[in-house]
Write a protein that binds this ligand. Structure first.
Ligand code: KIV
Length: 290
């Protein structure tokens, strides 16, 4: 684990050793050569400064996902997430990272209206957070917008398959691509997003063989979530993989059980407060020598 030096004037922590260079959109894009990715892209979501610090050294990409709507704010879906929320959390994650490329999700309603609307909001996100890429959901319908953005200096990650902002149109969060027409549509979406200039594409919640086929057929690296081990990289919602929630989607592997650990720590604290065992001499200020 990195150690951090704290600048007491600014409270900014700097890792030791300081990582050389931050990942960029071109460096991630360049991981896939002639349809093959030797080193899979490691990506996780991050919403806060401290979590970004802890994840940064292990990840190529930190995504400030609009999943923060459910994870941080307890909202029922990503639909109510605002641009201001994404900007506040995006700036915190940029401040807490040195190595990973930080990408910020564009929230529902902030980019679908027109390429001009998307450019105005994406450029605001980049100016106010310092992130170096954005992600937006949608396939063929979003291709002209992706082209407009990429031609104007905004690196874009596409997102096809299960697109949570379309939950009301899709009727739920079930896996997609189960019938031939749906699978073909998702393949067309991925190909349109790739042709429009996305430097990477998230493929979420689709049958494994469809995800594998898309990965083989599009040029930019495909980052899977609920997709296939054959993808060029993987992403998970960090709180899911840390076991913060009781329930997680089937495709999540829990690498820890933080919910249980937090509950045990909170119970121990509560017991000690009630027994007047906390604070002890170690945590109280006393006159010198007493
Ligand atoms: O919002 C999010 O966290 C995402 C990932 C799950 C890909 O879009």
């Amino acid at each position: 684990m990195s150690t951090f030096t704290i600048d007491t004037a600014t409270s900014r922590a700097t890792p030791t050793p300081v990582p050389g260079k931050r990942m960029t959109a071109p460096s991630l894009r360049a991981r896939k050569v002639d349809g093959k990715t030797e080193q899979p892209i490691v990506a996780l979501t991050a919403y806060t400064m401290r979590m970004a610090q802890l994840l940064d050294e292990h990840c190529d990409l930190l995504l400030v996902g609009d999943s923060l709507g459910q994870v941080i704010y307890g909202l029922p879906s990503t639909i109510p997430v605002t641009l201001d929320m994404m900007i506040a959390h995006g700036a915190a994650v940029v401040r807490g990272s040195w190595h990973a490329l930080v990408a910020v999700d564009m929230p529902f309603g902030s980019y679908e209206g027109s390429p001009e609307q998307a450019f105005a909001n994406c450029s605001r996100v980049m100016k106010e957070t310092g992130c170096a890429a954005i992600k937006l959901e949608g396939g063929e319908a979003m291709a002209p917008t992706i082209r407009f953005l990429t031609e104007r200096g905004i690196p874009v990650i596409g997102h096809v398959g299960l697109t949570p902002q379309a939950v009301n149109a899709l009727g739920g969060y079930g896996a997609r691509g189960k019938n031939q027409a749906d699978a073909k549509k998702i393949e067309r979406d991925a190909s349109a997003v790739a042709t429009a200039g996305a430097f990477s594409i998230v493929v979420e919640g689709v049958l494994e063989d469809l995800a594998t086929r898309i990965t083989r057929n599009v040029e930019p690296p495909v980052i899977g979530i609920g997709a296939s081990a054959e993808c060029d990289g993987q992403i998970l919602v960090t709180d899911d993989m840390l076991g913060v929630f009781e329930r997680t989607p089937r495709f999540v592997k829990r690498y820890d059980n933080l919910a249980e650990q937090i509950s045990i720590a909170a119970k121990t604290y509560a017991d000690e407060v009630r027994a007047r065992a906390f604070p002890s001499a170690d945590q109280t200020y006393r006159p010198k020598g007493s």
